[in-house]
Design a protein around this ligand. Structure first.
Ligand SMILES: *Cc1c(COP(=O)(O)O)cnc(C)c1O
Length: 369
């Protein structure tokens, strides 16, 4: 067990900040304000401040963040929303939650991200919004996409669940569109100790509306002027996140250094890794490499107690959940090819050079180009 290398090591991170985390959690328990206290509001304000612009609403998870963002911006029945199929299912699920129709776009073969050409190919007169996903901590071509959306009057939403504080053109991902969403699922780059999420808006009025939707459409304690949801972030999660927010830039840098080491090792081998877009400072949520015998390599790494995984093995448009919506007919050749070849290797801020070397060596023992 001691020689095992997990995909992510939440324990190592916890050990490094244990006293602060304990203080934060105990502070909430002592106050007995478990929801709707000051912690979630404070975290949302600090997070907005750190992002450098806009307004942030704390919420229950990255999926509710997406559906609240869509609803707040007026996306609903009859609208089409462009989403990549190469993403976690939540991106498309949220579109269904507001009764709109996800329209799946392919991704770029090199970056595995949705790009302007792929978006253009899916636009119809019903298209209301585009949701870009900054997958793996890389960032989509925001400049081109933002300009296109503005020109066509389309809403732009950034699913930033995997790219907290990644930069594009010197500016943080998640501050370009009309709204952006964050997940603080424990395994994300900024992770709570349970479910949590946030929604960013460029407009204060939209953020106020979203805050209302998240909390039962509440005007006063028992007076509600719109039909909302219970999608609040709880205070313990907010307190944990406020501690972790202080370290996120340091952790991102450690991720970049680890990824650089993998990249250096792989550079001589011909194995394909994910290309980072120009003008991007990535935050490497995952380190993804391709090979032709992926399942064999995964089994080999498992046998060596190395926690590799596939993100994601089935493209969203081919998920059984979407079977009734006739979406599987769409041709997404890059998505299909990428899904059949990718493998995520262990990556976390505390990973050591030695661990990286072991993972790389075992990968090379089994992998074929
Ligand atoms: C994790 C994730 C989500 C959903 O976040 P939850 O907090 O788990 O609901 C949405 N989109 C992407 C790209 C994700 O990685």
């Amino acid at each position: 067990m001691t020689n095992s290398i997990p995909l992510i090591d939440l324990k190592a991170q916890y050990e490094s900040i244990k006293p602060e985390i304990s203080d934060a959690i105990l502070r909430v328990i002592d106050s007995c304000a478990f929801i709707q206290g000051e912690e979630a509001k404070q975290f949302a304000d600090s997070f907005a401040c750190e992002l450098g612009s806009g307004h942030v609403v704390a919420c229950s998870n990255g999926t509710s963040a997406l559906s609240i963002a869509l609803e707040t911006l007026g996306v609903g029945a009859g609208d089409e929303v462009v989403v990549p199929s190469h993403t976690f299912i939540a991106t498309a699920e949220a579109v269904m939650h507001v009764n709109a129709k996800p329209v799946f776009a392919d991704v770029d073969r090199d970056t595995a991200l949705i790009g302007l050409n792929q978006i253009k190919a899916t636009i119809t007169e019903k298209t209301k919004a585009v949701v870009v996903v900054h997958l793996y901590g890389n960032v989509c071509e925001l400049k081109e996409i933002e300009a296109f959306c503005k020109e066509r009057g389309l809403l732009l939403i950034e699913d930033t669940a995997q790219a907290h504080f990644a930069k594009y053109d010197g500016r943080y991902a998640g501050t370009f569109g009309d709204a952006s969403t964050f997940s603080f699922y424990p395994g994300k780059n900024l992770g709570a100790y349970g479910d949590a999420g946030a929604i960013w808006f460029s407009s204060k009025a939209k953020a106020d509306l979203a805050a209302k939707l998240v909390d039962h459409g509440r005007k006063e304690k028992y007076s509600h002027d719109i039909v909302g949801y219970n999608h609040r972030m709880d205070e313990i999660q907010a307190a944990v996140l406020s501690v972790k927010l202080k370290y996120i830039h340091q952790w991102s840098e450690q991720r970049r250094i680890a990824a650089q080491k993998y990249n250096h090792l792989f550079s001589e081998t011909g194995f394909r890794t994910i290309k980072i877009n120009e003008s991007v400072e990535p935050v490497y949520h995952l380190f993804v490499v391709e090979c032709s015998n992926r399942d064999e390599v995964l089994a080999h790494l498992k046998s060596k107690s190395i926690g590799a995984a596939i993100h994601y093995p089935i493209p969203v448009h081919r998920q059984e959940a979407f079977a009734n919506y006739k979406m599987a007919q769409v041709q997404l050749p890059n998505t299909e090819e990428i899904c059949s070849r990718i493998l995520s290797l262990p990556l976390f801020p505390e990973i050591t050079d030695k661990q990286i070397r072991i993972v790389y060596d075992h990968f090379c023992e089994a992998a074929k180009l």
